[in-house]
Design a protein around this ligand. Structure first.
Ligand SMILES: [Zn+2]
Length: 254
């Protein structure tokens, strides 16, 4: 398969086409080194519900950015009607060089409590005052043996199992019972918002910040980066689709 998954400029070219087809705007919200960062927000997004999705916060996880643009391309015609806020790539420098960290050597996914990190500070400003039904954070893991996800403990019913089920036909669920430092049940690691645990990580992750301030559900989805790219992309597309479908099926948004 020929791909340009690490080509940020090509990625944004595709996003511009999607935005044009959908009648939506791609809005710049930050600059990181030579790269401009964007989000796409539809007019259908209410202030207090809807879907937040971000990709590419770690640059060595290209199926995330590729998965999000592929999903958007597939839905370009009806995208404007969906209640969504999308961040196509939070770490373009890392994506370009296939590196987890940003150009300053910072793990952006541990910097949501920092005011000296431009990208995460600007992102927090974009979502100020908003609430989402679900925040979906797309990741990859080279250690993974299949797909899995983290779900922060909170509002019932949990969404983790149903979202993961959407991907299991494409890549099997990671069979491990211990993933990272957490206990996994059928690929779902459910975590409490435990300040001490997150302090040990060395900084605040995006999902924890979103859940604490903005979102009823916070899901971090992971694909195994040793699988073929097209399979990993398809798995991300399936989970994004499941999250959006489930959100718009809720009629009593708040
Ligand atoms: Zn990651």
């Amino acid at each position: 398969m020929i791909h340009r998954a690490h080509d940020y400029r090509d990625l944004i070219r595709r996003w511009r086409i999607v935005a044009r087809q959908a009648g939506c705007r791609l809005t710049q919200f930050a600059q990181a080194g030579d790269f401009k960062l964007y989000y796409l927000k539809t007019r259908a997004l209410p202030a207090k519900s809807g879907v937040y999705i971000s990709a590419g916060i770690h640059g060595d996880e290209p199926a995330t950015t590729e998965g999000l643009i592929t999903w958007a391309e597939q839905h370009a015609r009806d995208l404007a009607k969906l209640p969504i806020l999308l961040f196509p790539c939070l770490n373009p420098w890392g994506l370009r060089l296939n590196i987890r960290l940003d150009q300053a050597g910072i793990d952006l996914n541990r910097s949501f409590d920092r005011d000296d990190v431009t990208v995460t500070k600007a992102l927090r400003k974009v979502i100020e005052g908003r609430r989402f039904t679900v925040a979906l954070h797309l990741h990859e893991d080279y250690d993974a043996q299949g797909v899995y996800l983290y779900e922060i403990e909170g509002e019932l019913p949990y969404w983790g199992d149903s979202l993961l089920n959407a991907a299991r036909g494409i890549i099997p669920i990671d069979p491990r019972t211990k993933i990272d430092t957490g206990r996994a049940r059928s690929g779902v690691i459910r975590r409490r918002l435990d300040a001490r645990h997150y302090a040990l990580l060395g900084g605040l992750p995006e999902a924890v910040y979103l859940h604490r301030h903005h979102s009823r559900h916070a899901i971090t989805f992971e694909t195994p980066s040793e699988y073929a790219l097209d399979q990993r992309v398809a798995a991300h597309v399936a989970v994004i689709d499941a999250a959006v479908t489930r959100t718009i099926a809720i009629k009593d948004n708040y």
